[in-house]
Write a new protein. Sequence first.
Length: 74
Amino acid sequence: MANPFVHVELNTPDPEKAKSFYSQLFQWQLEDAPNPAVPAGNYTMIKVGEGTGGGIMKQISGRTLGMARLRGGG
């Protein structure tokens, strides 16, 4: 596949609620990692087993956003 998704990120006002909902819905394994660069001071890595993983963090401002990253061609 050319330029597949390699990371998906959810920025939300309520990371704990999102983690509870999505981990139950998709059986994701979540791992919190300290990260002083994000508003809540941590970043949650999403481990899906096979396929594209991602992360959940508290949104900085505005509305809830989802972001997807693609692998570049080379």
